[in-house]
Structures are given as C-alpha cells and as structure tokens.
Ligand binder design. Structure first.
Ligand SMILES: NC(=O)c1ccc[n+]([C@@H]2O[C@H](COP(=O)([O-])OP(=O)(O)OC[C@H]3O[C@@H](n4cnc5c(N)ncnc54)[C@H](OP(=O)(O)O)[C@@H]3O)[C@@H](O)[C@H]2O)c1
Length: 264
C-alpha cells in the first residue's frame, strides 16, 4: 500500500528517484526531464537521436544529479528491452517511467498509401511504444518490490476530433493510451505502481511547428488561456503526478490544454 503524505514538507520531492523519459531529448520530453531533474530525480533519456540526447544531458548537468541517455527505438521490443536493461544496470532500477515518445500525422485515411504506412508508424510509436516500455519497465518495478509510477503522455486529441487537421491514427492511438492507462492502473496497482496520463493540448515543440499558419490564430482564440502551452508546464504536472503528493492518484488522465477543449 502506498502511504499518504502527512504534511507538505518534501511532498513534491523526487530526490533519489530514477526517471526514464522516452523522447526526453527535446520538446515536451525535455521539459519533463528538466522539471524532474530540478525536483531531484536522476534522469535516463531514451530516444533515437543520440547527438540531440547528448545535448539534453549536457543541458541537465547544471541540476547536479545523474543524467544519461540511451539509444532506443520504442517501436522495437528488442530495442526497448536492451535499453531498459542498460538503464537498470546504470541506475540500479527504475522508479518513474514517462512514456512521452510520439509522432503525429495530419493526413486523411483515404490519402494514405496502399500500405497505410502513416497509420502504422503513428500507432507503432505512440501506442505500441508505450506498451513496449510499460511491459519492460513495469516488470522491473514489480520485481524490485518498491512500487513505481508510470505517466503516459497522450493528448487532448484522444478525447475529440481536431478542427481543421485530419489525424485519425494519432487521435486513436492517444485514445487507446488513455484507456491503457486505466487498465494498467488496475493491473499494476497490486505492485504499488501508479499509472496516470497527461493529455496536453497545443504545446510549443518541433511537433507543433508543423501546424499550418492559418490554423494558429484559430487555435489561440479557441484556447481560453490564449496561447500554446510550454514543455516545462507539462513537466510541472508530471512532477506532481510522480511525487508523494499524488500517492492517491492512479488511473486518471489529466488534461493540460489551457481550456481548449471547453469550446469544442
Ligand atoms: N506538441 C504538442 O502540441 C503536443 C500536444 C499533445 C501531445 N503531445 C505529445 O507529447 C509527446 C512529445 O511530443 P513533442 O511535441 O515534444 O514532439 P517532438 O518535439 O517531435 O518530440 C518527439 C520525441 O519523440 C521521440 N521519438 C519519436 N519516435 C521515437 C521512436 N520510435 N523511438 C524513440 N523515441 C522516439 C523523439 O526522439 P528521437 O527522434 O530522437 O527518437 C522526440 O524526442 C508526444 O507523445 C506527443 O504526441 C504533443
């Protein structure tokens, strides 16, 4: 059983925890890595672009913990297995897993090629990547017997059909991740592993720079907060969900979209 906090001292502290963040080399993943590093966690970044990962590790070094990157393609179970093994060897275990790696696609189903390449790419990365990582990391959390925390980065697109941009593989993968979050919260609960999701709305990153200019003013008008989110804001929510303060929170998906969905 996960014990409750008794006061606010250290309630948001992640000191001594090891956090694995897929896609932590840039965008939202780096915002989460920075927020967790600033809150005391040691960080393992898993991604494919090792040069960008080395830059991210260098940027984190000012926070004084242990930070490393590991090459990993989340679409490949053998690659995930090898990376998780390497992390456990280097850090002695995993306390926090953030399934953040993701790709998007703005193409209507009938515009896709004969092999549905775009469909499989998105589903294999966003949904199956999350499943691969959860399978490998949760086994180690269970065997270590110290509990753990898993955070799945989904999207508000998992709750609605986006205006102006066909993105069915992305929306469906994110909706499935939302439900996977609930299923895993129940299945892994007996090992004191909490599982939650974060569903961001439009947030500044390399993924969001591909949004057509003509859509930007619509999006900002539609968003109650009047602007895109920042990666560090998603990071702050991830820190809360991973912290002792969130001991009673599992199986939820927290929307952080500046109120965008309220007007949909
Ligand atoms: N930006 C937004 O507006 C927004 C809104 C809602 C949700 N999200 C979600 O937030 C997450 C991060 O998105 P972002 O905006 O930060 O995008 P981004 O800047 O394009 O970053 C995507 C990250 O995913 C990693 N990645 C992609 N494919 C991978 C693979 N096969 N194996 C391992 N890593 C892989 C990339 O690293 P490598 O290329 O080095 O592998 C990169 O670090 C995604 O799940 C996205 O769906 C974003």
């Amino acid at each position: 059983m996960i014990q409750p906090i008794t006061g606010m001292k250290n309630a948001f502290d992640l000191s001594g925890k090891t956090a694995v963040i897929t896609g932590g080399n840039r965008g939202l993943g780096f915002g989460i890595a920075q927020a967790m590093a600033e809150s005391g966690a040691n960080i393992a970044i898993l991604c494919r672009d090792t040069k960008k990962a080395a830059e991210a590790v260098e940027a984190l070094s000012v926070f004084g913990g242990t930070y490393r990157s590991f090459s990993c393609d989340v679409t490949s179970l053998p690659s995930v297995r090898a990376a998780v093994e390497a992390v456990c060897e280097a850090f002695g275990g995993i306390d926090i897993l953030v399934n953040n790696a993701g790709v998007s696609c703005t193409k209507a189903l009938l515009d896709m090629d004969e092999d549905l390449t775009d469909w499989y790419k998105v589903v294999n990365t966003d949904l199956n990547g999350c499943v691969h990582m959860t399978y490998e990391a949760a086994k180690r959390m269970r065997d270590a017997g110290k509990g753990g925390c898993i955070i799945n980065i989904t999207s508000n697109a998992g709750f609605m059909v986006n205006h102006g941009q066909p993105m069915s593989p992305y929306s469906c993968a994110k909706a499935a991740m939302n439900h996977f979050t609930k299923c895993m919260a129940v299945e892994l609960g007996e090992y004191d592993i909490r599982v939650n999701g974060i569903a961001p709305g439009f947030t500044n990153s390399e993924l969001s720079v591909h949004i057509p200019k003509e859509n930007l003013s619509y999006i900002n008008k539609q968003t109650v907060a009047g602007r895109f989110g920042e990666p560090i804001e998603v990071g702050a929510l991830a820190v809360f969900l991973a912290s002792p303060a969130a001991a009673q929170i599992t199986g939820t998906v927290q929307v952080i979209d500046g109120g965008y969905m309220l007007r949909c």
